[in-house]
Design a protein around this ligand. Structure first.
Ligand SMILES: [Zn+2]
Ligand SMILES: [Zn+2]
Length: 128
């Protein structure tokens, strides 16, 4: 019966997760969280092309998720998710079926964009 499928019930899975999580030693919990986040991040990076859309940087550690319209703060507020680097954003992306308002930028381009009126200096810079 479809309606009894437990995996669909958010409250149940949340409860079970909490019970399981409480039973784990702290170090193990952290290890699991890190692994989970890593896997989730890889999955989402892959979906968005695995490289910076501006300069083509493809080093995993350099890549960040960027809100196309620079509305990250707004989403964070309405969705109640925390840090950009946290698992909250990753889960949000997945839950919203990989919205096209998210793109991959490397750390450089992301910071550059933030400091240059939402456009990466790579784009506006006239120097070769
Ligand atoms: Zn870049
Ligand atoms: Zn750039």
């Amino acid at each position: 019966m479809k309606q009894y499928y437990q995996g669909k019930c958010k409250t149940c899975s949340k409860k079970r997760w909490k019970a399981w999580s409480d039973a784990q030693p702290k170090s193990k919990k952290n290890e699991y969280t890190i692994k989970y986040r890593h896997k989730l991040r890889e999955q989402i990076l892959k979906h968005y092309g695995n490289k910076c859309i501006c300069c083509g940087e493809a080093t995993y550690e350099f890549l960040t998720f960027d809100h196309v319209n620079g509305d990250g703060a707004e989403i964070k507020k309405t969705e109640g998710i925390g840090q950009n680097t946290g698992v909250g954003l990753l889960l949000w992306i997945k839950r919203n079926d990989y919205p096209n308002t998210i793109q991959i930028l490397c750390f450089n381009c992301n910071c550059g964009k933030a400091r240059n009126n939402n456009v990466c200096p790579h784009i506006t810079s006239t120097s070769p």
